[in-house]
Ligand binder design. Structure first.
Ligand SMILES: [Fe+2]
Ligand SMILES: [Fe+2]
Length: 151
């Protein structure tokens, strides 16, 4: 049991749903996979910002956390833009462009997060704190109206 492995599995799941949405765009816009991906991604960002990053900051891992917070803000903004396009069912080419941008942002973000922050979490955080993060992942409760710190 490792929080790094579980958080990485969420990255893969979010990516897979996003990919499924994009690959279906040639036929028609089916919002389901995007909605699922975005819901899981917002929940994932919440667990990171509310449960993972504070103890990492306390452990002195400050600049990498700031980079992640900034990138979450950029990712969140693109999620909102895609949501807005889905709501008014506008053009698939623009949806594809935004999703490809999101995929690129997530790739770069997740690589750094996995190599630096998740590794540090397993190495430096108290097992009790790791357990709390793990429970927060299972709880799956994004507070109503919550937005990431730098959105
Ligand atoms: Fe993140
Ligand atoms: Fe993450």
């Amino acid at each position: 049991m490792s929080i790094a492995r579980d958080l990485e599995a969420e990255h893969r799941s979010i990516d897979a749903l996003l990919e499924q949405f994009v690959s279906g765009l040639d036929e028609e816009v089916r919002p389901g996979p995007f909605r699922d991906s975005a819901r899981e991604l917002r929940q994932h960002i919440y667990v990171e910002e509310a449960h993972l990053f504070p103890p990492l900051r306390e452990a002195g891992i400050i600049p990498p956390v700031l980079v992640m917070l900034r990138e979450h803000g950029q990712i969140w903004t693109v999620l909102d833009e895609i949501d807005a396009h889905l709501d008014d069912a506008s053009d698939p080419a623009e949806l594809r462009r935004l999703c490809e941008m999101l995929t690129g942002m997530l790739g770069a973000h997740n690589d750094k997060e996995e190599a630096i922050l998740y590794r540090a979490a397993v190495e430096v955080l108290d097992p009790v704190v790791q357990e709390q993060i793990s429970n927060a992942m299972v709880d799956d409760t994004l507070p109503d109206g919550w937005r990431c710190e730098m959105a």
